[in-house]
Design a protein. Structure first.
Length: 248
């Protein structure tokens, strides 16, 4: 193709058609410029397509993290609701003088629920990557960025608070439980799919040990407190999930 155009120019010069030569040369320049512009546009399209693909991968990764967090939070809320309900049931019994237990099995199972220690393992690898590499500043979806910043700041602080203030007491009660009950009695109600009522000594050990009631009160109180806080975290996670599913 280049040889073809060169031959045309040479023929125009030989024939002395200078004006036509310059017009032709100008036209050739225009064609070259148009070709360059087309090539640049194609390159821009390819880069944009590549960026959109990378963005799609990142958004799907965040969505996966959010869904995993959502399932974990939902499970934790379920545990806290159970402890909240258990506290409403057994603490008034423990505080009373007569200790009137209507349902012995329910009492011991509710007491045992206080020793459940939820473990938080936040799925934030994608968020950490985006934050560390400055990619957040490139995202045009500022609403999503604000949602993510709000969620991760809230959940980070909440997780630290929960792990530092709520879980240690539950672990302490779990250790006491193994100190107070024999293995034989403990196996009657946990862990088993068909729990049975332990003997009277188990209940007396709960009522007579002065360490138990304060721990139960604290666990009931923190269950109520963190139940509301994690429901807020769940709402924030669901808001991000909805945004990602709607826009990406």
């Amino acid at each position: 193709m280049i040889k073809f155009f060169r031959k045309i120019r040479q023929n125009l010069l030989k024939e002395g058609k200078t004006s036509k030569y310059f017009k032709y040369a100008l036209g050739e320049i225009v064609l070259v410029v148009i070709g360059i512009l087309i090539a640049l546009q194609i390159n821009n399209w390819n880069e944009e397509k590549k960026y959109q693909k990378q963005l799609e991968v990142k958004m799907h990764s965040i969505l996966g993290d959010m869904r995993a967090d959502g399932l974990q939070i939902k499970s934790l809320i379920k545990d806290l609701e159970k402890q909240h309900s258990a506290a409403d049931h057994i603490i008034p019994i423990m505080e009373s003088e007569q200790k009137p237990i209507v349902d012995s099995l329910k009492f011991i199972l509710d007491f045992n629920s206080f020793t459940t220690t939820p473990i938080l393992s936040q799925q934030n690898n994608t968020w950490d990557y985006l934050s560390a590499n400055g990619i957040l500043s490139e995202l045009e979806d500022q609403e999503l960025v604000n949602f993510l910043m709000d969620y991760y700041n809230y959940f980070d602080n909440l997780s630290i608070n929960f792990n530092n203030s709520a879980n240690p007491v539950r672990l302490e009660l779990r250790q006491l439980k193994y100190e107070l009950f024999t293995n034989t009695e403990h196996r009657k109600f946990f862990p088993t799919k068909n729990p049975s009522v332990p003997n009277k000594a188990v209940y007396e050990s709960i009522f007579n040990d002065t360490r138990i009631l304060p721990l139960c009160r604290y666990i009931g109180s923190t269950a109520t407190y963190f139940e509301g806080r994690f429901k807020n975290a769940e709402e924030k996670a669901n808001r991000i999930i909805h945004h990602l599913e709607t826009h990406y």
